[in-house]
Design a protein around this ligand. Sequence first.
Ligand code: SF4
Length: 327
Amino acid sequence: MSLAHDTSPRPPLDLHRHDWTREEVRALFALPFPELIFRAAAVHRENFDPAEVQISTLLSIKTGGCPEDCAYCPQSAKFDTGVKAEKLMELDAVLTEARAAKEGGASRFCMGAAWRSPKDRDLDKVCAMVEGVKALGMETCVTLGMLTGEQARRLKDCGLDYYNHNLDTSPEYYGEIITTRTFQDRLDTLEYVRNAGIHVCCGGIVGMGEGLDDRVGMIATLASLPVHPESVPINLLVQVEGTPLAGQAMLDAFDFVRTIAVARICMPASVVRLSAGREDMSEETQALCFIAGANSIFYGPKLLTTPNPGRDRDMALLDKLGLRPMT
Ligand code: SF4
């Protein structure tokens, strides 16, 4: 039976399901595109004001020289991408960037460090950054690699709001992308962060040569975590020369929008972030993503080391679409 002509009443959506099966998630991906977008938009409206977009700014506080081998990442020391290894930024410089982000309209300031895991002496400096950014009246997020339970508690004690640690892809495809740590390592860090009482920011990347089943597996895994990540970044691979994933076939834009829509349906109360990959994305595709339930963007001309649309361009797009920053 064609779902396009299915007029039977729909079961009410359970807003807090954590038992999404792959079959169910696959069935969502298989819906006719307009039906999928309609359902995702309905879920979005039940949980958020669809005219509001949460705005985050991301700063690389420690760039390059990372010992991990994430195949998409220009900051890995294993690939020759022209990104130079730098030291951890000084506190004052970070706070200057945070003030500028706030003046530009960002409500959350995210700080990323290219580490496998932070050393304790580095964590002291990051904690000072978190405290300084919070004192400006912004939410804070950091991404520092793998954490121990003790490190997660230290970050909570200094007031951190969010910790970003992406699953990246499905458990099955993960080994094609990263060999220096396991999928289980990722789940462990997420557990430490959750147990410490820090909000979780966790999503993945599409367009890395994965198949539909991997996008299904990634969303099903995210939506089956004990608590849905409060923030779910969905990234479109930014291909960087020198990384193993440079030269991948581009993901079809509709497949990207479908991923956003399915994430919205499976994690109804999470903020779904239209993340990396917007620089080369048409305004129309971005608008479709907002209609499909994306309600957050990274704002500012750079995402760690890769380009992102300029602030003026983003504000013009939000204006055109009648969207406004989430307060
Ligand atoms: S994604 Fe993070 S952990 Fe992986 S190589 Fe890049 S900086 Fe290192």
